[in-house]
Write a protein that binds this ligand. Structure first.
Ligand code: PHE
Length: 336
């Protein structure tokens, strides 16, 4: 039996077969067990002799099985290590890294320009009360100038803010009569039909400065400095009289066309100028409602659309490119 078992074990070629042989020789119904079970019929002298032989055979078979098993395990480990080998010298797969969205990029540039001039950033809620969005800005209920900014109402008294000017009102109230120098970036909402130049949601950055003796010339100097940081040293501005209920006097600001440098082209409709923002001296009534004495302080305010600045800066013809996130469009700004 021993010779037969060892012979068979020599030829075994896998762990499954090894296990089968273990059962065949050493299992409960195995050949060796069978023999040992038959020992009851032996004489007292024969029994220990046969028992000893049986144990020797078992030990011999077990030893071979163990050796074989260890060999199989080692072979398997080696195979796995070989299969999992990684060639660290192979070039890796290129990961497509994202980039800052052009709108955020332009917003950051605008913010940086004003932070460099000593402004702080103020933020406020996109869902506003009628009071902060309109009334405190000298736009009483039923005032016809409310038509300038068609709004999305949540209730009679609550709406999606139509500009970030309400943040300026909140800032005035929070400052308690102290000087103010802030810009207010954020999303705003208007009931416009979307087209190449309009969107029901867009981004604004407005500014507010309040203090003793703030003059229109301060406003003009500030805007010229901003425009030159944004569009280059050669950029000039001009102010055209305009109307906003919250500023008096009010003006619309044009910058020399970034495309033709003021000589006239399609982008500026051959005028040499591009309109970029609205501004003015804070209306005395707005100062009063914000907790300031118009006899003691004055202020200027301005507001611009980030999309519009980005369109002009990069010569883009449709605002919707900013929102559809087509990678062919976006990837052009990766290295700009
Ligand atoms: N709030 C105005 C708008 O959204 C912009 C503006 C701000 C104009 C400050 C003048 C002064 O149209």
């Amino acid at each position: 039996l021993r010779a037969e078992a060892l012979q068979e074990l020599q030829g075994v070629d896998g762990p499954q077969q090894l296990n089968d042989l273990r059962v065949k020789y050493l299992g409960k119904k195995g050949a060796l067990t069978e023999i040992l079970r038959g020992m009851g019929g032996l004489s007292a002298e024969e029994r220990p002799v046969i028992g000893q032989v049986g144990n020797d055979v078992r030990a011999a078979i077990e030893a071979v099985i163990e050796t074989k098993q260890a060999a199989f395990q080692q072979a398997e480990t080696e195979n796995r290590l070989r299969a999992e080998t990684i060639d660290v010298t192979l070039p890796g797969n290129k990961l497509g890294a994202g980039a800052v969205h052009p709108l955020n990029k332009v917003a950051q540039e605008i913010e940086d320009a004003f932070i460099g001039m000593g402004y702080s950033i103020a933020e406020g809620p996109e869902v506003e009360t009628d009071f902060f969005n309109f009334e405190a800005l000298n736009l009483p209920k039923n005032h016809p100038a409310r038509d300038m900014q068609d709004s999305f109402y949540v209730t009679d008294e609550i709406l999606m803010r139509t500009h970030t000017s309400p943040v300026q009102v909140r800032t005035m109230k929070a400052m308690n009569g102290k000087p103010v120098k802030v810009i207010c970036p954020g999303k705003v909402y208007r009931r416009d039909d979307d087209d190449a130049t309009h969107s029901f949601q867009f981004n604004q950055i407005e500014g507010l400065v309040i203090g003793p003796n703030i003059r229109m010339s301060d406003l003009k100097g500030t805007l010229l400095q901003f425009v030159q940081l944004m569009f280059g040293k050669q950029a000039q501005i001009r102010l055209r009289p305009s109307f906003f209920p919250f500023t008096e006097p009010s003006a619309e600001v044009d910058v020399t066309c970034v495309q033709c440098g003021g000589h006239g082209c399609r982008m500026c409709k051959h005028t040499g100028w591009l309109e970029i923002l609205g501004c003015g001296m804070v209306h005395p009534r707005v100062l009063e409602m914000g907790g300031y004495d118009p006899e003691e302080v004055s202020g200027f305010a301005f507001g611009m659309g980030v999309e519009r600045i980005a369109l002009l800066k990069y010569g883009i013809d449709d605002i919707r490119h900013f929102y559809t996130n087509d990678l062919r469009f976006l990837s052009q700004f990766v290295r700009m």
